[in-house]
Design a protein around this ligand. Structure first.
Ligand SMILES: CC(C)(COP(=O)(O)OP(=O)(O)OC[C@H]1O[C@@H](n2cnc3c(N)ncnc32)[C@H](O)[C@@H]1OP(=O)(O)O)[C@@H](O)C(=O)NCCC(=O)NCCS
Length: 129
């Protein structure tokens, strides 16, 4: 889904729903992952990210999805503020997950993330829709 201001694309949100056979979680509820929320630098701080997230949640709810999850990193304070203010809860901390990925898979992952914070961990957030 794309956000536009006066016809210009300024942000997007994407999500993925598992294939039918894999979508049944242990609790029987169907879930979906919000994969990306991004807003052009020039349009940030004006509610676009919040609106995109709310629109994605509404779309998923309309499609019968009752639980959503997403993954962010320990340095992304802006995203953590956005998600938590929108009712998402931090449900899993994968301490050192980025360090491990950097070592084993992707040496190009930077050591330093946003705000100069060491980039180390993954956080999973969930929301009941
Ligand atoms: C995270 C991002 C999508 C937020 O988009 P945005 O349109 O600027 O966010 P909004 O204006 O809707 O702000 C919603 C809330 O986010 C938080 N927020 C937004 N910008 C912030 C900032 N610079 N500092 C602290 N909190 C901030 C605030 O809590 C804000 O709520 P408030 O208005 O009540 O204070 C945007 O910064 C971005 O594209 N970042 C790069 C991509 C990214 O990291 N995406 C997330 C990947 S998991």
């Amino acid at each position: 889904m794309i956000a536009e201001i006066r016809g210009r694309g300024v942000g997007l949100v994407t999500w993925a729903r598992p294939q039918a056979h894999a979508s049944e979680r242990a609790d029987g509820a169907e879930g979906a992952e919000v994969r990306a929320v991004a807003v052009a630098e020039s349009a940030r701080g004006r509610g676009v990210g919040r609106a995109l997230l709310a629109a994605a949640e509404a779309e998923l709810h309309g499609a019968g999805v009752r639980r959503a999850w997403l993954v962010t990193t320990n340095d992304n304070l802006t995203a953590l503020a956005l998600y938590q203010k929108a009712g998402w809860r931090i449900t899993t901390l994968r301490a050192g997950a980025i360090d491990e990925a950097r070592q084993a898979l992707k040496p190009s992952l930077p050591e330093s993330g946003q705000h100069g914070i060491p980039l180390r961990d993954e956080l999973e957030l969930t929301k009941d829709l």
